[in-house]
Ligand binder design. Structure first.
Ligand code: ADP
Length: 225
């Protein structure tokens, strides 16, 4: 199965002293696919994305990524795998004492030196998401929508192998919502595998790839890859 990027087999997850947040999750995510996940609030979407991000270890079942079992690897190896994953989570996780230019450059500085060319690339992307005037601003001085655009730019700048996006356009106005979806589309066209959780019925209707929905931690497929 060399065309599978991420595999989840019988995965379940429970937070301490809680009912299971996820049960019996089976996913084979092909390289280059674009999976939409939907479901009501509390259904387990964020937990599923965090398992895919290798930020949570499954309570039962197995997660395999890039033909490895990441939870059997030593931490530095798992951390290296995580560097190839981009995330846009609901709680954005911007670093408050860094400028937005520095926040977005972070994934690149982990792997390369910040050359003039790289800096120009970051500035271009920030310009494209409408933040060209705010390169030196810190997150505390941005609106929620602007912060979400920074988080999106940071998630895509290093052209991740896998992008995990949790309602990535939820706080954006119409213009930037469109740009955010364009950005995901371009990334996908260039080979990134995408998992995108959303409630947005317009976005789901337009999507012609696989869709699964979660309800009380259990998954059903609407459309399979
Ligand atoms: P969704 O993203 O679909 O809204 P979540 O994955 O955030 O769903 O939550 C799934 C379930 O796990 C919910 O019942 C939620 O209350 C619970 N949950 C989420 N995060 C935590 C946490 N850190 N500690 C305990 N329970 C949690």
């Amino acid at each position: 199965m060399d065309d599978v990027l991420l595999q989840m087999a019988g995965v379940g997850f429970s937070y301490p002293k809680q009912q299971p947040a996820l049960q019996e999750i089976h996913i084979d995510l092909p390289i280059g696919s674009y999976l939409m996940i939907t479901g009501p609030s509390g259904a387990g979407k964020t937990t599923l994305l965090r398992l895919m991000a290798l930020a949570l270890r499954p309570s039962v079942g197995e997660v395999r990524m890039m033909e490895c079992a990441p939870w059997t690897l030593p931490y530095p190896k798992r951390a290296q795998m995580r560097q190839r994953i981009g995330f846009v989570f609901q709680d954005l996780r911007l670093i408050d004492h860094l400028t937005i230019m520095e926040n977005v450059s972070l994934p690149l500085t982990l792997t390369r030196r910040l050359t003039k060319q790289v800096t120009a690339q970051v500035a271009d992307l920030l310009e494209w998401v409408g933040l060209g005037e705010k390169l030196e601003t810190r997150p505390l001085h941005l609106s929620d929508g602007e912060k979400q655009r920074v988080a999106l730019a940071r998630a895509v700048i290093a052209r991740p192998v896998l992008l995990l996006a949790d309602e990535p356009a939820g706080r954006l106005g119409q213009e930037y919502e469109h740009r955010a979806h364009q950005l995901l589309h371009v990334l996908h066209q260039n080979g990134t595998t995408i998992v995108h959780a959303t409630h947005n019925t317009h976005v789901l209707r337009r999507h012609d790839g696989p869709v699964c929905s979660l309800k009380a931690g259990r998954m059903t497929w609407h459309r399979v890859a």
